[in-house]
Design a protein around this ligand. Structure first.
Ligand code: SF4
Ligand code: SF4
Length: 324
C-alpha cells in the first residue's frame, strides 16, 4: 500500500519540500507531560517550508476533498501583488533563511498569476526545493512560458491521476519536450468516471494506488487540541493562504466548509499569523511550535495509514457527511 502523505489527493510529496523536516523537528521522542498550549517549548528555526495555496477552489470536485474545494464556490486566489508583498517581507525578516515551497490548491492552475508567482519564487529563493501539485486537468492548455518556468524553477511536477477519462498524452509530450519528469500520485479506484457526465464508464477499472479517505470534522469541537500537537501527523504542514500562515491545511481551508454549511467553527487569532503584521521571524517559529485551537474540531486526520476513514473515490455531492 502506498503511503499517503499529502493533501489534495496529490499524495506522497511531503518529503520533497522539507515539510517532513518541520514534522521531525516538532516531534517528541516520547509523549511530553504538557497540558497547556503555552507550555509547549519554542523550537527555533522551525519555519523553513510552506505550501502556497494558489486557489481555494477546484475544477474537479472530489468527494471528501481535503481542502473543501467543492464547497469553495469561486474560491480565493492569491494575486502576484499579495504574494510579492508577503515573500519580500519574509525575505526581510529572515534574509539568510532558505524556504522550500509546495504550490497547490484547490487547483493551482486556476490562478491567473501562476507563472509570475513561480518566477518570483525563483528570483527570491533560487535554491529552494519546490513542488507543484495539480490534478492535471488544465495542463494541456498551458503555454510554453509555463513549461519553461517549471523547467527553470527546478520544480517537482506532481500530478494526481484521478480515475477520470482525460487525455494525458498532450501534456506528457510537452513535459518530455522540456525534460521535465512527472511524478504521479494515484488514488486507488475500482471504477473509471467520465469527466463531463460524472457517470461510471468502467466498473472494473481497478486502478491501484493509495487509498482515498477522509478527514473527519468534529462539529462539537470537543477534541483535545493540546494532545493533537503531539500526535497528529499533519500538524506542521504549514500553509500560506490569504496572506496568513496556518499550522495545517484544515485550518487554511476550513472557511469554505464553515461558509457552505453555516456551522459554528470559530477561527481565532491564535489559529493563524498574518505575514504583514509580523515583526520578527521568531514569531512564526513560536506559532508553529504550539497547539492550535482549531484542532478541537478535527477528529481524525484523513490519512488512512494513520487511521483515517476510507472513502471510495467519486465526485462530491456536497453533503456534510463527506467530511464528518
Ligand atoms: S477536488 Fe480538487 S483540490 Fe480537492 S482533492 Fe480533488 S483535485 Fe484535489
Ligand atoms: S486540524 Fe486535524 S489534521 Fe490539522 S493539525 Fe489539527 S488535528 Fe492535525
Amino acid at each position: 500500500m502506498k503511503r499517503r502523505d499529502f493533501i489534495c489527493g496529490a499524495a506522497c510529496f511531503l518529503a520533497g519540500i522539507g515539510l517532513s523536516e518541520i514534522r521531525n523537528k516538532l516531534q517528541f521522542s516520547k509523549k511530553p507531560i504538557i497540558t497547556k498550549a503555552e507550555d509547549y517549548p519554542y523550537i527555533e528555526d522551525v519555519f523553513t517550508a510552506f505550501t502556497v495555496s494558489l486557489a481555494t477552489h477546484c475544477n474537479l470536485n472530489c468527494k471528501g476533498c481535503d481542502t473543501y474545494s467543492p464547497l469553495a464556490g469561486e474560491g480565493e486566489v492569491v494575486t502576484i501583488e499579495q504574494f510579492t508583498k508577503d515573500l519580500i517581507k519574509l525575505k526581510e525578516l529572515a534574509p539568510n533563511r532558505e524556504f522550500n515551497f509546495a504550490f497547490l490548491g484547490g487547483e493551482p492552475l486556476l490562478n491567473p498569476d501562476v507563472i509570475p508567482i513561480l518566477k518570483l519564487k525563483n528570483k527570491l529563493f533560487p535554491n529552494s526545493n519546490s513542488d507543484f501539485l495539480t490534478n492535471g486537468l488544465l495542463l494541456n492548455k498551458m503555454n510554453d512560458d509555463f513549461w519553461q518556468t517549471i523547467k527553470d524553477s527546478n520544480i517537482n511536477l506532481c500530478i494526481t491521476k484521478y480515475p477520470i477519462n482525460i487525455d494525458r498524452t498532450v501534456y506528457e509530450k510537452k513535459a518530455q519536450q522540456y525534460g521535465i519528469e512527472i511524478n504521479y500520485a494515484i488514488p486507488e479506484s475500482k471504477k473509471l468516471f467520465d469527466i463531463n457526465t460524472h457517470k461510471v464508464i468502467a466498473e472494473n477499472y481497478n486502478q491501484e494506488g493509495f487509498p482515498w479517505s477522509k478527514n473527519i470534522i468534529d462539529l462539537t469541537g470537543s477534541q483535545d487540541y493540546v494532545e493533537k500537537r503531539y500526535n497528529c501527523p499533519h500538524g506542521g504542514i504549514i500553509h500560506y493562504c490569504r496572506g496568513n500562515i496556518y499550522y495545517c491545511y484544515v485550518h487554511a481551508y476550513i472557511k469554505s466548509f464553515i461558509d457552505y454549511f453555516k456551522v459554528n467553527i470559530p477561527i481565532t487569532k491564535d489559529d493563524y499569523i498574518k505575514i504583514e503584521d509580523a515583526k520578527d521571524i521568531s514569531e512564526f517559529d513560536k506559532f508553529i511550535s504550539t497547539p492550535k485551537p482549531l484542532c478541537r474540531f478535527c477528529k481524525q486526520c484523513h490519512n488512512i495509514c494513520y487511521g483515517g476513514n476510507p472513502l471510495e473515490w467519486d465526485f462530491s455531492k456536497r453533503e456534510i457527511t463527506e467530511w464528518t
